[in-house]
Design a protein around this ligand. Sequence first.
Ligand code: SF4
Length: 359
Amino acid sequence: MADVADVSIELATEDDKHLPAYDHTYLSNICMCPTWGIIRYGQNKAMSEGGRAMALEAGSAAHEFFAAVRLLEVLDQGHTEHFDYHGKRIFGDGRWVAMRDFLELESVSLSKDTTDRLNFCLTALHTSGFYDDPRDKKRTLSSIEESCIAYFDKWPWGKRPVWIRNTEDPTTDIGVECAVHLVITYTLNDGTEFRLRYTGRADGLHHRSKTDSALVVHENKTGARIDKTWLDGMKMTHQITGYTAWATVFSGVPCDRAVVHGMVIPLPKSFDFGGILDEPIRRHEHHFHSWLEWILFGYQIDRQYIHNPLAAPKFTHSCTRYFRSCSFMPLCNSPREEQPDILHEMVIDEWDPLAESKA
Ligand code: SF4
């Protein structure tokens, strides 16, 4: 990295909360259009008439199901106390009771019946708060459920043990729904130092197999279309690089492997992979260099414009990205003198990748 003499990465602590925080979404959106990224994710502002983000909501609901599947793995590994402790952490007491109900037996062992286990996971989905929108016929609770059932059927039960920091202590970290919270310090050649937090939420941290303890980050993705082009994007994405870097610092064990689980909503009838796809990904040193360069690039743009976002560059090639008009068009296309008032009237819509939203 030009001008950078040293970079250090460590786990964030309470004392680091004053440092500016960046996650993959924020940095990606700064790079998409600095005006958009800084106003939407740096200042958490949105246009008031914004409707529901159905793709995000459907993905978020499905992630509750994925977490329940991973917790069943922890149970199968024989760690019932970890299972209960982290079930309550992730879902909250009330939802956990409703989920756990499906596994309860009068005998000392918990149900191994596939239908009971599936119902346990589906309850996580059904209590996620997702509800149908009459304007979206594709992302419905029943279509998410259908995809999740296919995911459950295809999950390689018992083959990829969940990472557990300490098997004797149920309150210890396990590799299900992990907060990513790092401090990255850049020291430039002239001695200047930049410190920032890098945040996110990793879906899973597993061992490679029952006989290979190498760590593998698991990332779940949902989408309407998951194909080779999508996979190529996953092979390159800084998100995976960031998670493997985090896994190394978090666990104290080097991690350069990931698996991306893609799930199509609604489930396609004709795809040869049946709408559920696993893709192993490897990270090398150059990926980590690129990731660190990209973070520094986004950080410097953010610091320059965070208090004056209307002066940030406008990357107009992004105004109609994904075949839709950017919701900030009414702001950016207004006379310059009216823009401060429009910005002031925008609503706050908080984006917090560290938020525990499931309880
Ligand atoms: S309308 Fe265009 S210039 Fe304005 S924030 Fe959106 S993408 Fe950027």
